[in-house]
Design a protein. Structure first.
Length: 304
């Protein structure tokens, strides 16, 4: 991996999760919510997945909602942080998404709940995920997208410029939904789909939001982050800007979490294949009720 690919400090990600592990149950609302949404998407697939991998399981939020759904007989739960995965129940292993220790074609389903946005080499991680899937195996994931915490990002940026005369990266960069879909295709998944939705949460103030992010283990872990504590004046000004710009009539502030959902299948000959070019049995022009003109011909001008 090149140095430029090291956007995140993975050791710091692990430390953040380890620090949050003991009290995570008081802050894991978003993990539980997206686990439910991923499980609902799995319910839409009419087939069984006997062996499943929960990649980046935190303390087992996906496992808690699956309860045998999807025909899962064995669920392997893995996380970068031993302190978190040890709080899950069942089959558990500490594993890094950037270096998967699982054999090729060993599982039928890989699910990932709000963890892959901390991966430096997301294309490489997706290739590894496809490798561990059996033919016609399913990959289903949710990760934070680029619109996540845009309110906090704007408030911190303006406050730091105003107070300090410059700004440093204090909110992690996240993927774009279009780029995520292209990465699925690049990694070799069949029938790739990427879509997104938003979860909006309200807090008493910006400081309550930042405490919650810390409690989730989702604090800033960008390599280029400032190494010193943020000045108290900056935080106070950011909280004021946040309340003014993104507050509601009840005096609470909103925080947006964009969740990108990725769905892809390990290739298999049994899957639906695109038609060979030129094999269509009917003309598009007939379906649309318009005249067809050979390529390069101009449409005749209309009269009258």
């Amino acid at each position: 991996m090149t140095e430029e690919a090291h956007v995140f400090d993975r050791r710091l990600v692990r430390r953040h999760r380890s620090r949050a592990a003991a009290g995570l149950a008081g802050h894991d609302f978003l993990f539980r919510e997206i686990a439910e949404r991923l499980a609902d998407r799995l319910d839409d697939v009419r087939r069984d997945f006997p062996v499943a991998l929960d990649l980046g399981c935190h303390s087992g939020q996906v496992g808690a909602v699956l309860a045998g759904r999807g025909g899962i007989e064995t669920l392997i739960q893995s996380d970068l942080c031993l302190d978190q995965v040890s709080r899950a129940t069942g089959c558990r292993v500490a594993a890094d998404e950037e270096a998967l220790p699982f054999a090729a074609a060993s599982v039928d389903l890989v699910m990932s709940n709000l963890s892959l946005h901390w991966v430096n080499d997301l294309p490489g991680a997706l290739i590894q995920i496809r490798r561990v899937l059996r033919p016609d195996g399913l990959f289903l994931a949710g990760l934070l997208g680029g619109e996540t915490l845009h309110e906090l990002r704007a408030a911190l940026l303006d406050a730091e410029i105003e107070v300090s005369g410059g700004a440093a990266p204090r909110v992690s960069p996240f993927a774009d939904v279009r780029d995520a879909g292209a990465l699925l295709q690049r990694a070799g998944f069949a029938l790739p789909v990427a879509d997104s939705d938003r979860v909006t949460v309200t807090y008493a103030d910006a400081l309550a939001l930042m405490r919650d992010l810390r409690g989730m283990g989702e604090a800033n872990a960008v390599h280029a982050r400032p190494r010193s504590f943020t000045r108290r004046e900056v935080m106070a000004r950011a909280a004021a800007i946040y309340g003014t710009r993104f507050g509601d009539s009840a005096g609470r502030i909103r925080a947006t979490f964009q969740v990108i959902y990725l769905t892809g299948w390990a290739p298999d000959p049994s899957q639906q294949q695109p038609l060979r070019p030129g094999s269509a049995q009917s003309r598009l022009s007939d379906a649309l009720g318009v005249a067809e003109h050979p390529a390069g011909d101009k449409t005749p001008p209309r009269k009258g």
